[in-house]
Design a protein around this ligand. Structure first.
Ligand code: CP3
Length: 355
């Protein structure tokens, strides 16, 4: 295996000293980039990009080629590959987001769900990981990812995106045993899927609990965090002679950082609703932090973006343990020049916080 030329992302996740604060962007390969839109048109649609390792590799590399400041690559795929592999038939309706041919609503539906084998049923993802690792050739580390069981369950039960998670929450309160069985099957699947990605070459993994913050405090513990704890305890934590850091990102989880920091992950992702300096005071002895600029700041002028980057860096303060990121994915309307200004500002303004 080629040695890593830039490992500041992995070092910061383990709170080892770095020269500048590392940075990447959630959804960095996406529709705001004209080269991404061209690849998607060539592939036909979004799922064809994901399912073809050459295309997945091509779009993963696009932001890295455009922005030399990026300190990590993220596998190009989607969290919904898992429900698709469980037989739900994922498709994307233009402008409508994800949809499933089969929706899950009863205990019998859940009992019938198979537990996918990552190599047999999601082999295209494993192939994408190894293809991207080869292409990266040690440039930056590669992040693998999966959705949290709760977040995946919302899509599987609602049949797509949802504003209020009405069906999933009704199941949670009316039929908790059914939801627990679904979450347990998902936790098993996510664990072997992430371990498959690690064995194929992912050097860090992130669990996206995008909708965990929609739960009550008690329900969050029982229906989301408990399953992420289970996953974290089953993950391969060292590979190729290096630690494989785990990042947990519960969007809107700011009220629960202490308990999230307790499940054994190396880092927590923060959305923009919390102050990163206060978050560091609360959990900084246990975990590194990743975040947390409001992605809409990227609509503003480069000078305003720079000011906001400076504010977040000052709030975190001196020392390692911070990976700069957006608090959620970059949106399609962002000007690519603004993303570049953001990434440059992070490296330029952060040197003063490191020895
Ligand atoms: O960060 C990256 O660059 C890696 C790629 C990535 C995608 N999806 C590509 C994608 C990652 C990490 C994801 C994760 C994902 N997918 C999440 C968790 C992160 C988050 O945003 O909270 C969720 C909830 C999904 C489910 C999903 N996939 C939705 C709701 C949508 C449609 C919304 C939209 O933006 O259109 C997708 C599609 C999707 N996944 C796109 C991309 C680039 C857009 C598809 C397109 O090109 O039309």
């Amino acid at each position: 295996m080629t040695a890593l030329k830039n490992d500041r992302f992995l070092r910061a996740l383990l709170k080892q000293p770095v020269d500048v604060t590392p940075v990447w962007m959630m959804r960095q390969a996406g529709r705001y980039l004209p080269e991404y839109r061209a690849s998607r048109a060539k592939a036909g649609d979004f799922m064809s990009l994901c399912m073809n390792p050459e295309f997945a590799c091509e779009v993963t590399m696009q932001p890295l080629d455009r922005y030399p400041q990026l300190d990590a690559a993220i596998l190009f795929s989607d969290i919904l590959t898992i429900p698709d592999a469980m037989g739900q038939g994922l498709y994307f309706e233009t402008g409508e987001g994800p949809r499933f041919k089969k929706v899950i609503s009863t205990m019998a539906d859940i009992e019938a769900l198979p537990i996918p084998d990552p190599h047999k049923d999601l082999g295209y993802v494993m192939d994408a990981v190894s293809t991207i690792r080869r292409e990266l050739n040690g440039r930056v580390p590669l992040i693998g990812f999966a959705g949290s069981p709760w977040t995946l369950a919302t899509y599987m039960v609602e049949g797509g995106s949802s504003k209020d998670y009405r069906k999933t929450k009704t199941m949670l309160y009316d039929n908790p045993q059914a939801l627990h069985l679904l979450l347990d099957k998902l936790a098993q699947t996510v664990t072997s899927y992430l371990n498959g990605q690690i064995m194929a070459g992912a050097q860090a993994v992130q669990i996206f609990d995008s909708w965990g913050g929609s739960l009550s405090a008690a329900a969050y513990q029982e229906f989301s965090l408990a399953y992420m704890r289970k996953i974290v305890s089953g993950l391969i934590r060292e590979h190729e002679g290096r630690k494989v850091p785990v990042i947990l990102f519960t969007k809107n989880g700011g009220l629960w950082l202490e308990s999230i920091a307790d499940v054994g992950a190396d880092a927590l992702g923060l959305d923009w609703t919390c102050d990163i300096g206060s978050a560091r005071d609360r959990v900084g002895s246990k975990v590194a932090l990743q975040g947390n600029m409001d992605p809409t700041v990227l609509y503003a002028k480069p000078e305003a973006i720079r000011t906001e980057v400076g504010r977040i860096l000052a709030s975190y303060g001196k020392g390692s343990g911070h990976v700069f990121n957006l608090g959620h994915g970059i949106t399609p309307e962002v000007d690519p020049e603004h993303a570049g200004a953001f990434l440059r500002a992070v490296h330029e303004l952060s040197a003063q916080y490191h020895e």
